[in-house]
Design a protein around this ligand. Structure first.
Ligand SMILES: C[S@@+](CC[C@H](N)C(=O)[O-])C[C@H]1O[C@@H](n2cnc3c(N)ncnc32)[C@H](O)[C@@H]1O
Length: 285
């Protein structure tokens, strides 16, 4: 997940409908709502509560399109191919891929996120599947399998990460590629995110972040959205694994790392300076 939503902040073009957040959130009109929504995604996933329809409706306002989308679009290339997007969320990338003629399957366990995705232009060209990445199974094989928006960091245990890599390996064509990113743990993310306040595009929602815990590779935080008639609060924990550890899990799943980038312009990963660790992997052997 985008944790503190930094990834898409302030870059690229805002997603459609950004101006009309009040209309998008009718549930919050006329009543004071102070809700503490907690993760109900099951298992060890403790990301933001993407099953909550209000969180899902805010998501695109807090995460406008940015350079990561262009990176994944360029990986898919210009010739139509088959793409599996695990943790597709509100479907920004899926719909952009479909618009370019690719055959796309978007998988996400949160029905509320998929409901937002299904309303986007080109959504009718995408196959939407409500499932976790760990348990997704299909007979088809794909040319490209991605997991974007730091969704990988929602996987808090090695067992969950391995299960996702096994899904990837089992659905990859010969010669196909897997791509996903995780944040470089060498960056002081908690320091950057602590106390962050920003007004979301449209000016109607104030987002605040509070770090609630740091424990080894894990950072927990609370995100609050103040709307005109109430405040919505959600708690999250993300894992920040080092490159070597993720690479070892990839190898255990029968994949091999081909490239590791540290920037969305495909700059090489530099442990001391890069913010992202972007893995490109293929079938081993
Ligand atoms: C930060 S959002 C990223 C969405 C999208 N990939 C993007 O870049 O905007 C994280 C998404 O991961 C989904 N998710 C959570 N646990 C998951 C799991 N075990 N398997 C697949 N997706 C999961 C959430 O429902 C949410 O839609």
């Amino acid at each position: 997940m985008h944790a503190p939503l930094a990834k898409k902040q302030g870059a690229g073009h805002p997603r459609p409908g950004t101006q009309d957040l009040a209309t998008a959130l009718p549930l919050l009109c006329g009543a004071t709502i102070k809700s503490l929504v907690r993760c109900r995604l099951g298992g060890c996933d403790r990301g933001m509560d993407y099953q909550n329809s209000q969180i899902a409706k805010i998501y695109d306002h807090a995460n406008s399109r940015a350079r990561d989308t262009d990176f994944y679009l360029s990986l898919a290339g210009v010739r139509p191919c088959s793409v599996l997007d695990l943790g597709c969320g509100t479907g920004l990338l899926c719909c952009a891929l479909a618009e370019r003629g690719h055959r796309v399957t978007g998988v996400d366990p949160a029905a509320a996120m998929l409901a937002v995705a299904r309303r986007k232009p080109h959504a009718e060209q995408v196959e939407w599947v409500e499932s976790s990445a760990q348990s997704y199974r299909a007979r088809r094989r794909f040319d490209l399998i991605v997991m974007t928006g730091h969704a990988f960091q929602i996987l808090l245990t090695d067992a969950d990460a391995l299960a996702v890599f096994e899904t990837m390996r089992g659905h990859l064509k010969e010669g196909g590629r897997v791509a996903f990113e995780t944040r470089n743990p060498r960056v002081d993310w908690a320091g950057e995110w602590a106390g962050r306040v920003r007004t979301l595009p449209g000016g109607q929602v104030l987002e605040t972040l509070e770090i609630t815990g740091e424990d080894g590779e894990f950072i927990s935080f609370q995100t609050s959205y103040r709307l005109s008639h109430g405040t919505l609060t959600t708690s999250s924990t993300l894992r920040f694994s080092p490159r070597e550890h993720v690479a070892a899990l990839i190898a255990r799943a029968g994949l091999v790392v081909r490239e590791v980038f540290g920037e969305w312009d495909a700059g090489r990963f530099d442990p001391a300076r890069s913010r992202e660790i972007i893995f490109i992997a293929e079938l081993a052997g």
